[in-house]
Design a protein around this ligand. Structure first.
Ligand SMILES: Nc1ncnc2c1ncn2[C@@H]1O[C@H](COP(=O)(O)OP(=O)(O)OP(=O)(O)O)[C@@H](O)[C@H]1O
Length: 281
């Protein structure tokens, strides 16, 4: 019972977001974008230049806990180490009335999850490979900086003017750094999650395999009467794409690095270059 009361109190009172219109320093809140694992994300306007920015506030219930400011500080370390046009830029960090805030650039557009499930776009195999190449190039940039994202998923990619933008670096970690909190040690995860959470290129490659499948399933219509089958049975894929996904998912010899996956994508795109298609996003 006590736990239920604490959860209710945190959700309804302590972690209630700031209301739209509220000014925090020189930022005016426009709306809540979402509640993440450690924080509350807002779309805000920087009143000095009218730019749209994202403000991330540590949830008050997590103040001074290992999942609060420490995670935010790590996200700042990650974002400020990166400079890439398809990754949010760290702009500012400050404390306002005991609340810690991180400010980053706002990227406009639907996430790939919204594009696929709400806007119901369908993507054919070649288009999926073209998108995967753009996304894998961003991941390759991270790996060059010894950074593993660990959360490459369709809700964390925003699509804007035919380019993907990778967001949500809350779980990203530099190779060799220790966990920011104890529950994030690998042994805390069940086996598939361990593959995804390992601080090694293999975890992002594994996530890219699932990502590829999500794109390919956009064109799949299930037959209600058929029993569920494996992705290899349900999707009609060329041998080249099937082989890439099997390697990403570690069913066959795993790719040593993202560059090796990019080489295969490039070769596939070259060989199928006769019939370019558009995703219509
Ligand atoms: N730089 C950004 N530009 C545009 N939207 C963003 C940006 N950063 C986050 N968002 C949006 O804000 C929402 C909340 O993001 P946030 O990163 O706080 O947490 P989350 O993805 O919901 O969860 P978690 O941190 O637990 O993975 C998401 O819907 C995301 O799409």
């Amino acid at each position: 019972m006590w736990n239920k009361i604490v959860t209710w109190w945190n959700d309804n009172v302590r972690d209630r977001p700031y209301a739209p219109g509220r000014q925090i320093r020189h930022y005016r809140i426009r709306k809540v974008l979402g509640m993440g694992s450690y924080g509350i994300a807002y779309l805000a306007i920087d009143l000095r230049n009218d730019a749209q920015v994202v403000l991330k506030q540590v949830k008050p219930s997590l103040r001074h806990s290992p999942k609060g400011e420490a995670m935010q500080a790590y996200e700042q370390k990650v974002l400020s180490a990166l400079s890439h046009p398809q990754i949010p830029r760290w702009l500012d960090s400050f404390t306002y009335r005991r609340d810690s805030f991180l400010v980053m650039t706002f990227i406009e557009g639907p996430t790939l999850e919204e594009a696929l499930f709400d806007h119901r776009i369908t993507i054919d195999e070649r288009e999926a490979a073209r998108l995967m190449k753009k996304i894998a190039e961003i991941v390759a940039h991270l790996h060059e900086h010894h950074l593993i994202h660990r959360d490459v998923r369709i809700p964390n990619v925003i699509w804007h003017q035919d380019e993907p933008y990778l967001i949500d670096f809350g779980l990203a970690r530099f190779i060799g750094d220790s966990p920011t909190y104890a529950a994030d040690s690998l042994t805390a995860y069940h086996s598939e999650k361990q593959v995804k959470r390992e601080v090694a290129p293999s975890s992002d490659l594994f996530a890219l395999g699932h990502f590829f499948l999500f794109l390919l399933y956009s064109g799949y219509t299930p037959n209600e009467e058929d029993p569920e089958r494996s992705w290899e049975q349900e999707l009609s894929l060329t041998p080249a794409v099937r082989s890439m996904i099997r390697r990403l998912l570690q069913a066959d010899a795993p790719y040593p690095a993202v560059e090796d996956f990019l080489d295969d994508l490039e070769q596939y795109l070259c060989e199928t270059s006769q019939a370019p298609t558009q995703a219509g996003m």
